[in-house]
Design a protein. Sequence first.
Length: 157
Amino acid sequence: MMNKSQNIQYREATPSDIDALLVLEQKVVEAERPFNQQISESGVTYYDLSALIANESAMLLVGEYQTEIIATGYIDIRQSKASLKHDKHGYLGFMYVEPEFRGQCVNKAIMDNLIHWAKERNIRDFYLDVYAENSAAIKAYEKAGFQSSLIEMQLTI
């Protein structure tokens, strides 16, 4: 497999990217469906992409290869729970890399860029959600320094 990662440009998403981002959002939904049988079969959207792009407390980053968006991720600076030592934290989401680019540190580059952006805004604590059975994603996040801290439990009756 040829390493294409050195030819990927990383940039902030713009409103003109929304159509391509909507396609990738559906790929995220499809990738997560095996881990959660409660995800609806149709009409699923996770993100308000226009609001995310316009939000000054967030950054939606894209990885672009030959003018095609092949990777995404965002960070949103959020208010932390009152019980925590930090007032605000960075929440990462919409982490996606096209299959042919996986294993080439693209996800790490996206996370590094997002975390750097947040650190410039004095954010030092970061969170993300991942399905417990998604071992590939967990491994990638652990490589980036994340540790498991909370397990969400679910009951469907």
